[in-house]
Design a protein around this ligand. Structure first.
Ligand SMILES: [Zn+2]
Length: 169
């Protein structure tokens, strides 16, 4: 097999797919962020717009790379639970890492935040994706008339549903 000339090697390296197209700053460290290629049922254009919304602010502004994916997984996981009625639960420790997978209302907050930061086309697509999920969440959870007595966690209607009785307050 003929040895490759250095020039040919360099040319090949230049065409290697770029896997890391943005960075996220954590304290003083800068980490490369893999560009996601798939995100639920969203188009590639919207996936890119979501990624830009997640990485577009130095402090994250309540989002982080992969937040939308984690929130959508949490939402679908919650709705896949068996039974006619579902009762959201707070996460035990209350940190964002546990809140998004454990508390469907926090996951929905993340989705709302990213939805509002998307350009119109991508926003329409995420809105359409969320509509049937929201409809099912509303149908399978119970309104909590005393939700206003609980510590405030957000303004979304999804915060005013009956929580599981083991809920940590
Ligand atoms: Zn935690």
């Amino acid at each position: 097999m003929p040895r490759k000339r250095p020039g040919a090697l360099r040319a090949r390296q230049r065409t290697t797919p770029v896997l890391f197209r943005s960075t996220v700053t954590w304290g003083t460290e800068v980490f490369p962020v893999p560009w996601p290629t798939r995100l639920d049922r969203l188009s590639r254009r919207t996936v890119s717009a979501v990624h830009r919304a997640e990485c577009g602010r130095p402090d994250g502004g309540g989002l982080w790379p992969g937040a939308t994916d984690a929130a959508l997984r949490s939402y679908r996981h919650f709705l896949a639970l068996p039974g006619r009625w579902l009762y959201p639960r707070h996460s035990v420790c209350g940190c964002p890492t546990c809140d998004v997978p454990d508390d469907v209302a926090v996951a929905r907050d993340v989705l709302e935040l990213v939805r509002l930061r998307l350009p119109p086309g991508a926003r329409r697509e995420l809105t359409a994706l969320l509509a049937p999920l929201d409809e099912e969440l509303e149908r399978r959870t119970v309104p909590d008339p005393f939700a206003h007595r609980r510590p405030w966690r957000g303004d979304g209607w999804w915060h005013r549903r009956m929580y599981h009785e083991s809920a940590h307050l």
